[in-house]
Design a protein around this ligand. Structure first.
Ligand code: TRP
Ligand code: SF4
Length: 333
């Protein structure tokens, strides 16, 4: 029997190349080796955005369409929505009971989130009981499937540690070995920076979205930062100091293409505008298939909803099995 993995993503709107290269590509590979469960963490979205839910439904569908377009295959992976699995909420209750308060207070990711909330909303910012419960809910997501492992980015590893601690504590308290202590599987760190050289992110307006059109992408790529010391095409360039454009070449180009760009740039035979035009075309070529697939799903939204309904059903079967064991172990009536 192959091992089980579970991972989730908050519905933050349409995904960008950082998500694709850092997270989704990894999932796409892993799904062939593991019994895979991928879900949209819409309850986790509420922990900070409980008062901004207008786009939540759309955001869930957008995330799922990006996954499907990128190659998450619903025939081999189970794709579902967290809030459609009420068993998770019940497990969250049991896990909350055995989790010491200072474990969640210590959670470094939570501390960061609280800091961001404070800078955004000033002194009025409140950390809700729900946000404090973030790590416990996340543990419930993972333990709901009694997963062996969890593919995540480094920023989430502390959460997996807490999950392992909670699993161990539950097992100790109830004198059982039921829950596995899940291992993190690190996503490749996304090498791609934003068009301005900072971390790629939607709120920084420096991202290229999977769902952008070829024209939008070409236009965005023209804004990528280059070697700032270069004014004219004939100036000798320094690809290694070309802050964004050459880095993108290294991600998307073949070895020959990269070598050619480097040589022409260094010799002053390649203008930055031409270079970025070519780069935009290359990125579009790489994304063409994904975008075509995404467009297909946008035009067949019922198919997306069917896939989710099917995934919800499969996830609930697994969740139901785990929960009935947990209820037995805790000795609920
Ligand atoms: N906290 C994760 C993030 O922000 C999302 C998430 C929620 C998750 N539950 C999970 C990831 C369970 C892995 C497993 O990216
Ligand atoms: Fe960067 Fe290309 Fe300009 Fe060289 S020619 S500095 S690699 S954008």
């Amino acid at each position: 029997m192959s091992q089980l993995i579970v991972s989730g993503m908050r519905p933050t709107g349409k995904l960008h190349l950082g998500h694709y290269l850092g997270v989704i590509q990894n999932w796409v590979e892993l799904q062939h080796k593991y019994n895979s469960y991928f879900f949209v963490a819409d309850w986790h979205a509420l922990t900070t955005k409980y008062d901004k839910t207008e786009e939540l439904k759309n955001d869930v569908l957008n995330v799922v369409m990006d996954w499907l377009a990128s190659g998450i295959d619903p025939k081999i992976s189970t794709i579902y929505v967290q809030s459609h699995i009420p068993e998770i909420a019940e497990l969250n209750v049991y896990l909350g009971m055995v989790t010491p308060q200072n474990w969640v207070e210590r959670d470094p990711t939570l501390k960061d989130m609280a800091k961001i909330l404070r800078t955004k909303e000033g002194a009025n910012s409140q950390i809700s009981y729900g946000l404090m419960g973030y790590p416990v809910l996340m543990s419930a997501d993972i333990m709901m499937m009694n997963a062996d492992a969890v593919p995540v980015g480094v920023d989430q590893v502390a959460h997996i540690e807490i999950t392992r601690d909670i699993a161990r504590r539950f097992n100790n308290i109830y004198n059982t070995e039921f829950f596995k202590e899940p291992q993190p599987i690190l996503n490749h760190c996304s090498l791609i920076c934003g068009l301005d050289g900072n971390k790629m992110g939607k709120s920084f307006h420096n991202d290229i979205k999977i769902s952008d059109t070829a024209e939008e992408t070409a236009k965005k790529v023209m804004t990528a930062i280059t070697d700032r010391s270069r004014m004219r095409k004939t100036d000798l360039g320094h690809p290694d100091e070309c802050e964004v454009a050459f880095k993108y070449w290294k991600i998307f180009g073949t070895e020959e293409q990269i070598a050619k760009v480097r040589q022409e740039c260094e010799k002053g035979e390649r203008g930055c505008a031409d270079c970025k035009r070519e780069l935009g075309a290359l990125i579009n070529e790489k994304l063409a298939e994904i975008r075509e697939k995404r467009l297909y799903y946008e035009n067949h939204i019922d198919e997306v909803k069917d896939i989710l309904a099917e995934g919800d059903k499969k996830a609930r079967i697994r969740a139901g099995e785990v929960l009935s064991q947990v209820r037995d172990i805790v000795k609920m009536y």
